[in-house]
Design a protein around this ligand. Structure first.
Ligand code: APR
Ligand code: PHB
Length: 389
């Protein structure tokens, strides 16, 4: 088999890149380790920046997001027993859309099927070859048969555990990492959201977040210990703990229900550099991880794809390698700013087990500054809705 761009991974990064390339006449094949159902079964975050929404429109798959997604003009921060609203609309004239990543993945998969582009699900033992030459290839096994895919470029969109990043020599790749000493315990439940907008809560017992998927479905999180197991947390215990971390009004409005998904996710910041080696590009979680506090994971995957798609258009439509050469630097400049914002929000809102009295006083000062300064709120708003590409 031969294609122009071989894409490894059918998460949001791989599917979005594939859709944009297909719509611009650039042939591509996606190789995905798992089945389509498995990919769709993963529960992920759900805040879509304007830039990401524009990309989904450009890819021709934005219709359902616009009809079913919830436009949010702001968020609420809860601390010291009170809630404080930060209005993106008033501060910078922008908003975000709350729409689950699972739904985005579904829309992209349907778009790809309608366009007739090839996705090989359950592609096993994918390996990358000759990435330093201009004739790279990908080998894999499908239904027990060894296959080879020749291509011009490889896009490594195979997430944190994928093989693409590991195909870059150790002498070239540099990694930067911070692991946080806690996790998020999240549930999905068919109960209306506590508030119209997301509530991010800082409490001495730990962080909490009341998010949503629709007017009838809530996504709720509490900070938990890394030693905790899902079985330790009955729904009753979860709600009791969440209530204690919210302000009185939100706690009163919280309607307990039976969860139908419950999981614990560790929090980590991670960046690998560079994002290009020879004819291999990394995009999305394959190259970087953010803690979910700033809701940046999916949006960073989309901005990488924006720069990469532009670079490939430059190459195929204008015969220029400039975009390809600039890809890593351009994407990383935006990645690091989102890493900073996600780290900052995480630091401001969580209870760190080892924190001193001084650290906690600084955290309170940070929150009070954000509550009282319009300049601080504008900075928060422009980062939360997404920095320009
Ligand atoms: N071969 C082929 N596919 C692979 C391999 C492999 N060796 N390893 C992993 N994959 C697939 C995974 O099964 C997954 O479907 O690559 C895909 C990567 O998708 P994501 O992990 O969703 O990563 P990405 O597309 O970059 O999306 C980033 O998703 O993970 C969230 O928080 C993250 O919101 C962010 C967004
Ligand atoms: C979610 O809805 O899952 C969600 C929202 C905002 C975040 C993280 C997760 O910051």
């Amino acid at each position: 088999m031969r294609t122009q761009v071989a894409i490894i991974g059918a998460g949001p990064a791989g599917l979005l890149l594939g859709q944009l390339l297909t719509r611009h006449g650039i042939d591509n094949v996606i190789l995905e380790l798992r089945s389509a159902d498995y990919v769709l079964g993963r529960v992920r975050a759900g805040v879509v920046e304007k830039g990401t929404a524009d990309m989904l429109d450009e890819a021709g798959v934005g219709a359902r997001m616009h009809s079913e997604g919830l436009v949010h003009d702001g968020v609420e921060l809860a601390f010291g027993g009170q809630r404080h609203r930060i209005s993106f609309r008033d501060l910078i004239g922008k908003a975000v859309i709350v729409y689950g990543q699972t739904e985005i993945t579904r829309d992209l998969m349907e778009g790809r099927a309608a366009a007739g582009a090839t996705t090989v699900y359950e592609a096993e033992d994918v390996s990358l070859h000759d990435i330093e030459s201009d004739r790279p290839k990908v080998r894999y096994r499908h239904k027990g048969v060894e296959q080879e895919l020749d291509c011009d470029f490889i896009a490594g969109c195979d997430g944190y555990h994928g093989i693409s990043r590991r195909s870059i020599p150790d002498t070239v790749l540099r990694t930067y990492e911070r692991v946080y000493p806690f996790g998020w315990l999240g549930i999905l439940v068919d109960r209306p959201p506590v508030s119209e907008e997301l509530i991010y809560a800082n409490h001495e017992r730990g962080f909490a977040l009341c998010s949503m998927r629709s007017p009838t479905r809530s996504r709720l999180y509490i900070q938990c210990s890394l030693e905790d197991r899902v079985e330790d947390w009955s729904d009753e215990r979860f709600y009791e703990e969440l209530k204690r971390r919210l302000d009185d009004e939100a706690a009163r409005r919280l309607e307990p229900g039976q969860s139908f998904e419950k999981s614990i996710a560790p929090l980590r910041s991670f960046v690998a550099e560079p994002l290009r080696h020879g004819r291999l590009f990394l995009a999305g979680d394959a190259a970087h991880i953010v803690p979910p506090t700033g809701a940046k994971g999916l949006n960073l995957a989309a901005s990488d794809v924006f720069y990469l798609w532009q670079a490939l258009l430059d190459f195929y439509k204008r015969g220029s390698s400039q975009g390809i050469d600039a890809y890593s630097g351009r994407a990383l400049a935006r990645v690091w700013k989102a890493e900073r914002f996600s780290w900052w929000m995480t630091s401001m809102l969580h209870r760190f087990p080892e924190s001193s009295g001084f650290d906690r006083k600084i955290q309170q000062a940070e929150l009070d500054y954000l509550r009282s300064s319009q300049a601080a709120q504008i900075s928060f708003a422009e980062n939360y809705v997404g920095l320009p590409y």
